[in-house]
Design a protein around this ligand. Sequence first.
Ligand code: TRP
Length: 334
Amino acid sequence: MSKKGEIVLSGVRPTGQLHLGNYFGALRNYVKMQEEYNCYFFIADLHSLTTHPDTRELREHILSVTSYYLASGLDPDKCVLYCQSDLPQTTELYLYLNMLAYKGELEKTTTFKDKIKQHPENVNAGLLTYPVLMASDILIHRAHYVPVGKDQEQHLEMTRTFGNRFNHRYGEVFPEPKAFNYGAQLLKVPSLDGAGKMSKSENQYATIYLSDDDDLIRKKVMKAKTDSGPTEPNSEKPDYIVNIFDMMKLVSDPSAIEKYEADFNACTIRYGDLKKQLAEDMVRFISPIREKAKAIREDERALSIILKVGAQKAAENAEKTMQMVRQAMGLKYF
Ligand code: TRP
């Protein structure tokens, strides 16, 4: 398929294991996007330093995330896959954009306010300028579309602000990046405890990681919250039961879902059976990805080549942008 000219870009912080929410909310879409757009996907290791200064496990996390990206179907021949710190152009742009970002607007950022509450002992300048670094990631490739979740929309809005500010002051270099995802609504994968969505760090038992082994997946699913079942035919499902059905929609056969829907409406549903079905379907879905990622992770040489080649391809485009930036800013003296 020939690609549209637009550029898609997204990044992920290597701060924890990838989970089912990452897969259905992001990864699965990236795999489709790489067929249609010029895609850049990267591991945001520099961003992780704002909250995780300990670098001992960083390398392992970067290699692990890359393995899962590849195992999920990202193809280094179809997209550019790289590690943020391998692209120094990003940090140069970050410096220039920092002069266009005001302290007041950075302090108002929701993620900043949340993070300083969580870690009052580490309110560093990198945390304050997190959105500037993210804007640099996006603008360095002059990206048009950024597939991100709701929690990142404010950062994207700030990226547009910084890009426009640059364009007005120094001349047109950056297109306005837009949020972008397939489907009308972003897919949220619910947490198994019936509260919120799956997340990397909160309540480990409510989140299914792509690295979970078969028994752990079964255990987690079987622990999902239920009750003694409906007492009136065709009653409304409580949230946590809706969640279980929503999870089935991701991995189970439609006929199985129909059967349990009918059982629910007839008040004959056995939640134990429902969860057993979901657990087996989940295992069937995740285990091939996990095993593939394991095999990919073992070939460290191949992995490092993929990331190096990715960084080279990313640098080609990034250097073009930086030449435009330096030219527009009048930083080319000779
Ligand atoms: N801030 C994003 C997150 O926490 C990660 C990220 C960094 C990113 N740079 C980006 C996402 C650029 C999209 C585009 O998930």
